[in-house]
Design a protein around this ligand. Sequence first.
Ligand SMILES: NC(=O)C1=CN([C@@H]2O[C@H](COP(=O)(O)OP(=O)(O)OC[C@H]3O[C@@H](n4cnc5c(N)ncnc54)[C@H](OP(=O)(O)O)[C@@H]3O)[C@@H](O)[C@H]2O)C=CC1
Ligand SMILES: CC(=O)N[C@@H](CCC(=O)OP(=O)(O)O)C(=O)O
Length: 342
Amino acid sequence: MTHKIAILGASGYTGAELVRLIAGHRNMEITALAAERKAGQTMAAVFPHLRHLDLPRLCKISEIDFDQIDLCFCALPHKTSQEVIRELPSDLKIVDLSADFRLSDPAEYEKWYGNPHVALARQAEAVYGLTEFYRDEIRAARLVAGTGCNAATGQYVLRPLISAGVIDLDDIILDLKCAVSGAGRALKENLLHAELSEGTNAYAVGGTHRHLGEFDQEFSKLAGRAVHIQFTPHLIPANRGILATSYVKGDPQSVYETLCATYADEPFIHMLPFGETPSTHHVRGSNFCHIGVVGDRIERRAIVIAALDNLTKGSSGQALQNANLMLGEPETTGLTMAPLFP
Ligand SMILES: NC(=O)C1=CN([C@@H]2O[C@H](COP(=O)(O)OP(=O)(O)OC[C@H]3O[C@@H](n4cnc5c(N)ncnc54)[C@H](OP(=O)(O)O)[C@@H]3O)[C@@H](O)[C@H]2O)C=CC1
Ligand SMILES: CC(=O)N[C@@H](CCC(=O)OP(=O)(O)O)C(=O)O
């Protein structure tokens, strides 16, 4: 059976990545592609790298007949997403890539995003989209909230360790590097080549990055008490990729064994041999996440490092993995391509 797919926000980075991935999916057909300023243009004009595909022209969201759609990916900015999803048919399957439905507590949403939520009924039914940990709920969901790309990377490292109780919950540091496509395609001065290349800087320092809302929610749920990690992201002059380095207090071997046991049967999360460390180069353009564990010279301290591609496992690949579950397809369909290297 071929599933009819709509992508809202198809002229953005995650939208283009969805098109790239779905084009290789044997049971999905792209029926509608929507944009705002770029509505009316062809995808070949907006994204020449997709020129070989026979795709519908970009339209306005209001022009889509959602009765003809089996599943809709929503790759819109935060706030816009909830305003749009509020108006979509309630029985439509939706995978949202924005932050609008990730936080179940509306007060937490407003605290981190600065605006009140306007689609609370939909928010109440949304399932958090970290596939490996919410598979059964995602299968049955109508609305899945894709995670933040930084939030996904940090959680792949820390969730199993928090659940297993093998690290000190009051002393967790997550230092993360994110490539520039994480900021989307909209023009921003600090993302100009002259201001970005050959340099790097921290941002949202001091516990102010909005993905802390996701970490707080998920880690506290796992631990059964408040867990607040220290988290600093850095902008790096690369196009794709996230590298997250976590410093934890615990026995390195137990940390390693816990992660290996958790991910032993996961198709996309790969543990490296103990002592080896991952690179964004080895996951680029793929849906894989590589995790390495190293023991520190200080006793009972471990360093855990994870790498993934923010546009694939961190957003659009994760979204397709979730859509596969929602549509009854094998979870890995369209997602097993090898990384692009070098
Ligand atoms: N980039 C990443 O690595 C990740 C992104 N995300 C989230 O995914 C979502 C999309 O991100 P990304 O692709 O990077 O963003 P982009 O800025 O690259 O693209 C945004 C898209 O939304 C469309 N859009 C903007 N405003 C409106 C509107 N009012 N009505 C309809 N369409 C609109 C744009 O259309 P037009 O071009 O015509 O203006 C464009 O297609 C965001 O919520 C982001 O936070 C999540 C995880 C990782
Ligand atoms: C470099 C850069 O700006 N990265 C983004 C990653 C955004 C992301 O993961 O997505 P959401 O915006 O959907 O949460 C950031 O840290 O905000």
